[in-house]
Design a protein around this ligand. Structure first.
Ligand SMILES: [Zn+2]
Length: 134
């Protein structure tokens, strides 16, 4: 299952972050999944309940934010939302479009627990947006 591999990679990043911050455990993991990312939220959720067993993450909760498809038309430059199976410009009907959103798979944030006082100012921060893992 593809989602299990994604999950394991995700959890490796999360555990590394927990170690880095000296946290006792991970409370919540938030991921952003685009409609065209190739990952099924349901399957990811299911994989997560198995993959989370182990250090730091066995009590962690997974929050999945889904992101719609966004395209830009090469003919007229218009940008609009689109259905995953219908990538058409809403302004001119053109189908030569670039994908500008919807294929992402991002670790959005991690909520850590049991961080020592010296590290506490870092709580809540983490891997904002940039951190693609596929
Ligand atoms: Zn257009």
């Amino acid at each position: 299952m593809h989602e299990m591999a994604v999950c394991n990679e995700l959890l490796a990043q999360v555990r590394a972050s927990a170690v880095q911050h000296g946290a006792r455990s991970v409370a919540t993991i938030t991921v952003r999944i685009g409609a065209l990312s190739g990952v099924e939220p349901d399957l990811l959720e299911r994989a997560f309940t198995i993959a989370r067993a182990g250090d730091y993450t066995d009590q962690a909760r997974l929050v999945i934010e889904t992101i719609g498809v966004r395209i830009r038309c090469r003919a007229c430059g218009n940008e609009n939302d689109a259905a995953a199976n219908r990538l058409l410009c809403s302004a001119c009907g053109g189908y030569t479009v670039d994908l500008v959103g919807g294929d992402e798979l991002l670790l959005a944030s991690i909520e850590l627990q049991g961080i020592p006082d010296a590290e506490r100012s870092n709580q809540g921060e983490n891997a904002q947006g940039e951190n693609s893992y596929v």
